[in-house]
Ligand binder design. Structure first.
Ligand code: ADP
Ligand code: MG
Length: 252
């Protein structure tokens, strides 16, 4: 069952020092064990919203509730350290948190198994494909067993087939671990496939334009993407995106 909110924004606004208003009165709640997608035009403030959630940026006004203790953050760029092997890259956050050597090695092995990279522990990042690098980045965040994940377009740079596989991976991990997540993406199909709710943002300065409920349970089968009910949800999100981008009404 869903219970307490893991992440809440109440009338959260952000104005950068140069006067750019990035967010205007955003209201959003993500409950424990809920996977919510955020979609909106480039520059509408999606990354800014996640930065505020993680404490990297402070909101100009409004309230933010986020438990930083169990937070995982996955960026578009995997930002792996090229001189470290996969195993040591995955151990990084555990190292920074001061976990003992044997424990972080064991956790890294477990995380690598979860993302399907068993056997690649001793490879260097340059020897990996884009999809594999994304998996390493995911494993690196999984190692601290977060209760809330912030995903900032983590698969934007990988090809569609790989992205679909990685989406299935996320759903599998989500079903296994029950974390809550805010998943920022440009892809309508990805947003709808992953989430139980899709939050559609307006163009800059970003606000929540609409929220679409995705009426499918978990786990989700890859074939769902071709079912008429799923296509209908993507059509709704697409229409709302256009509406929020132009400010004109759209026919749903
Ligand atoms: N440090 C900054 N100073 C001023 N403006 C910024 C800064 N960072 C981002 N912006 C602006 O804030 C808006 C939102 O940016 P961002 O959150 O990165 O958008 P998105 O992730 O949705 O593409 C954009 O107009 C961007 O140019
Ligand atoms: Mg961004």
């Amino acid at each position: 069952m869903l219970s307490a909110a893991r992440l809440s924004f109440r009338k959260t606004s952000l104005c950068f020092p140069d006067g750019t208003v990035a967010l205007r009165e955003v209201d959003l709640d993500i409950a424990e064990g809920e996977l919510v997608s955020l979609i909106g035009p480039s520059g509408c403030g999606k990354s800014t919203l996640l930065r505020i959630a993680s404490g990297l940026l402070e909101a100009s006004s409004g309230e933010v509730l986020c438990d930083l203790d169990g937070l995982g953050y996955v960026f578009q760029d995997p930002t792996l350290l090229p001189w470290r092997r996969v195993q040591k890259n995955v151990e990084l956050f555990a190292e920074l948190h001061g976990l003992p050597k044997a424990e972080r090695a064991e956790r890294a092995r477990r995380a690598l198994r979860l993302v399907g990279l068993e056997g690649s522990e001793r490879r260097f990042p340059k020897a990996l494909s884009g999809g594999m690098r994304s998996r390493v980045s995911l494993a690196r965040s999984l190692i601290l067993e977060p209760s809330l994940f912030l995903f900032d377009e983590p698969f934007a740079a990988v090809d569609e087939i790989t992205r679909e596989r990685l989406n299935d991976e996320i759903i599998r991990l989500f079903c296994l671990s029950g974390f809550a997540a805010a998943f920022v993406t440009h892809s309508i199909s990805e947003a709808c496939y992953l989430a139980s709710r899709v939050v559609v943002m307006t163009r800059s300065p970003g606000r929540v334009h609409a929220v679409v409920e995705v009426p499918f349970g978990y786990p989700r089968a890859p074939e769902l993407r071709f079912e008429p009910a799923f296509v209908e949800v993507t059509r709704q999100v697409s229409a709302l995106l256009r509406e929020g981008n132009t400010g004109e009404g759209a026919e749903l």
